[in-house]
Each structure stands twice: as C-alpha cells, then as structure tokens.
Design a protein around this ligand. Sequence first.
Ligand SMILES: Nc1nc2c(ncn2[C@@H]2O[C@H](COP(=O)(O)OP(=O)(O)OP(=O)(O)O)[C@@H](O)[C@H]2O)c(=O)[nH]1
Ligand SMILES: [Mg+2]
Length: 307
Amino acid sequence: MSTSAFRCGWVALMGPPNAGKSTLLNALLGQKITIVTPKPQTTRNQIVGILSDENAQMIFMDTPGLTQVRGRLSKTMFQAVWQSLGQADVIMPVLDAHLYIRHPEFLERDLAPVAEALSSDGRPMLVVVNKVDLFADKSRMLPLLTRLNEMWPKAEIFPASALLKDGLPRLKELLRDRLPEGPAQFPEDQISTASLRFMAAEIVREKLFLHLRQEVPYGVAVDVEQWEEDEERGQTIIHAVIYVARPMHKAMVIGRAGASIKKIGSEARQEIQELLEGKVHLELWVKVREHWTEDAAFLRDLGLMAE
Ligand SMILES: Nc1nc2c(ncn2[C@@H]2O[C@H](COP(=O)(O)OP(=O)(O)OP(=O)(O)O)[C@@H](O)[C@H]2O)c(=O)[nH]1
Ligand SMILES: [Mg+2]
C-alpha cells in the first residue's frame, strides 16, 4: 500500500450497450446508484458515482451505451458520453468479453464510434474486459486481448466480472495509480450527484424495462411530479408519471386488470424504500405523449439533456 499523496479524479465508464458499465459502477461503489437491466440502452444520461477512502476519491461517470445515433434522445445520450469523456482523467472502456469471443467480428463495429478518437488520446486508459464468469476456459479470451492490445497499445487491459465482483479490489488499485494528485472534490460521504427524485424515477424505469417487452421500454420515460413528506403517517408520498410514446403501449404498461403496473409499482416502491430508508407511498400514472423522444424541452425537463 502506497503512502503517497491523496489522489482525486474523474473516471469515464464507456462502451457498447449492455457491456456491464452500470453493474460495474454499482459493484465498485458497493451500493446501487445506477439502474441495470438485461436490455441494451438502459442508461440514458451521465450518472456520477463517488468512491472515497483514506487515500483517494474516484469520481465515476456511468454513461449510455454507444450505439448508432437515431433521433434526438439517442443524440442526447451520445452527447452525455462525449461530455463525460471530456471531463475524464482516466478513460475506462467496458466490454462484454463473452460477446466478442463468440462474435469477434462485432468488436470493430461496436468500438468504431470511439476507437480512433481514443487511440490518439494521451490520458490513461484502463479497458475492462467484463463478464469473464460466462466462460470457464480463460484462454478463449486471448485473441480478444491481443486485438485490444493492438488497438490501444498503451492501455491496461483488465479482465473482470462485475457481476461476481471478481478482480475489483485490484481494479481499484490500478485506477488509483492513474488518478492525478489533488484534494477530494466531494464530501467523503457523498456517493452520487443524482437527486433522490431522479433516482426514484430511474428505479421505476428499471422495473418498466424489466417487465415490458419488445420496443415498449424504449418509449417510456418517468417523471416524479410530486414528492411530499407525510409527517402524520411517517411516509414519503411520491407521484410519478410514466410517459409512453404510443396509445397502445399504455394498455401494455397497465396490463390486464392493472396487473402489470401493480407489479412494477410494488417492486419500485420496495426499492425506493430501501433508498430512502423509510416508508414510501408510490402512485403511478400512465400518460401518452407521442414523439416525446424528439421533444428537446421535454428531454430537458426529464434531466436527460443539458440546459
Ligand atoms: N454474467 C455476467 N453478466 C453481467 C456482468 N456484468 C453485467 N452483467 C449483466 O449484463 C446486463 C447489462 O448490464 P448493465 O450494467 O445494465 O450494462 P450497461 O453497460 O450499463 O448497459 P447500457 O446502460 O444499456 O449501456 C445485465 O443483465 C447484467 O446483469 C458480468 O460480469 N457477468
Ligand atoms: Mg448502463
């Protein structure tokens, strides 16, 4: 353990959708601050998670998965990645190793949006080759590791499993060594810059992603419209609106006799209770708002687009 000066810096987690960026951030923090689902394009904006200890403060930026830009929502998602990259002291691409072992041909395609920009970047780069728990024979990774090494010769390439938290203590050490010296930028006990209101909306969106099929999740947005402390009953009253892009989707969110929304609401309420460490009364409404993904003012209201 080094006894050198305190270090503090910003680390951008970036990479293709579904690679495990958000899972990795939660695992590094030891606490869930960003939502995770098996569906690609879960994360929609920059989410900051802060890890402080006695000799360093690492400020992580979770970002949306990099994919083709289609429409305004995906453009704002892409901008969140570039903004995070601009802010970063250390760049941390995260990749799904299992995917590229089975489909090596997808690697170049998936990394195309960033590979070149990063190849001439002088900042420290740590590439996390994630999901190594999905195959027993680790030698299967070798062609992938070789290719990444050719692509980014100066980067540290680090195989890990965010799900099993395999390799994470070592990953933290490697990260710390690459941060600039400097004082902490956030109070030691602050774990995120996201508001509780935003986190509650994200939890509802996670449950929608988990329970809805096909294209429906991509057309949903959640906005917490009301947040009140009910002192008498000792609970927080939260009203959230679920926006859907098509009239047909409203019925799908609600489900037969309200079964679907009941389930989503109950799972979200339990998780928001854990977050707030107190009782929560959660009310959900579903509203149709066609073309919301193209509405800049609305995206700004949802906190998905910079002012
Ligand atoms: N087996 C395995 N699954 C993982 C690992 N890390 C993440 N996953 C799973 O991969 C899926 C996607 O994880 P996320 O953390 O949401 O991925 P992401 O990169 O943030 O995805 P986007 O926000 O959509 O860009 C989830 O089902 C996770 O449980 C891992 O190390 N091993
Ligand atoms: Mg994510």
